[in-house]
Design a protein around this ligand. Structure first.
Ligand SMILES: C[S@@+](CC[C@H](N)C(=O)[O-])C[C@H]1O[C@@H](n2cnc3c(N)ncnc32)[C@H](O)[C@@H]1O
Length: 242
């Protein structure tokens, strides 16, 4: 927890953090169903203990009080993978960033149910966090099934852009891992093109199964299950930061 700041209680009416108004919005809904009274209570009482937004709002390094390895999951959706990783890696601080309020509420509930002490959260745009973190901060970054924005006129909304890849590279430690997954082949091509032309990542697959098979430590989310039901398959990539 970042000490020394008071965070106002978050409700479904709280606007999401989105500091850089010049950037295109990369996410869809910022909230869904109205939170239940139990979820609202958790957001008011438990979320502030994990929330890094006071530091982000103050323009400070939000990782300042974290020690040891830090992993970042960008766009954790319903938090299944985030909670899985945090639960199995208690010595790692896992930071999850997601603008969708109902997803954040799920992460808070899961953290409380599992008694997780190593989870930190930011409700908002990851680009607001990345601009504040020092170089070589993260040991792993996960971007799992980002919004594909299939229409050409929406491609500018895709999270993966050249500038964003450069930000990820800067924020990863040398030897650190960038995990990326997508069920949309056009987005796979798009991402591989940008990651490869950056030049600062190594990806050396030996066989097709290296990206067609889901690794054991990459649990399936409901998003992926739905994609499979609809006839798409997942593509799973692990890049090493050079
Ligand atoms: C298609 S969903 C996938 C969710 C989850 N990763 C999964 O695999 O189930 C993409 C998620 O990325 C989030 N997202 C989009 N742009 C983002 C951004 N700039 N910062 C953080 N999260 C973002 C969306 O809100 C959405 O929940």
């Amino acid at each position: 927890m970042v000490r020394g700041f008071m965070t106002p209680p978050m409700t479904s009416e709280t606007p999401i953090h989105f500091r850089d108004k010049d950037k295109f919005r990369t996410f869809g809904r910022a909230k869904g169903k109205t939170l239940s009274p139990a979820q609202t209570a958790l957001m008011e009482q438990v979320f502030p203990k994990m929330d890094i937004s006071p530091a982000v709002s103050a323009g400070l390094n939000p990782l300042d009080d974290m020690t040891g390895d830090i992993w970042l999951e960008i766009g954790f959706g319903a938090a299944e993978h985030l909670l899985w990783q945090a639960g199995r890696n208690p010595d790692v601080t896992v930071l999850g960033v997601e603008p969708f309020l109902n997803g954040v509420a799920k992460a808070v509930k899961g953290a409380q149910d599992q008694g997780l002490e190593n989870l930190r959260l930011y409700r908002g745009d990851v680009r607001d966090v990345l601009t504040l973190v020092p170089n070589e901060s993260f040991d792993r970054i996960f971007i799992l099934f980002p919004d594909p924005w299939p229409k050409k006129r929406h491609h500018k909304r895709r999270l993966i852009q050249d500038e964003f890849i450069a930000d990820l590279h800067r924020a990863l430690k040398p030897g650190g891992e960038l995990r990326f997954g997508s069920d949309i082949i056009h987005y796979v091509d798009w991402a591989l093109t940008r990651i490869s032309r950056h030049g600062g990542f190594d990806w050396s697959p030996k066989r097709q199964s290296d990206w067609r098979m889901r690794p054991d430590d990459w649990p399936e989310t409901r998003y992926l299950q739905k994609a499979i039901r609809e006839g798409r398959s997942g593509h799973f990539f692990s890049f090493k930061r050079l």
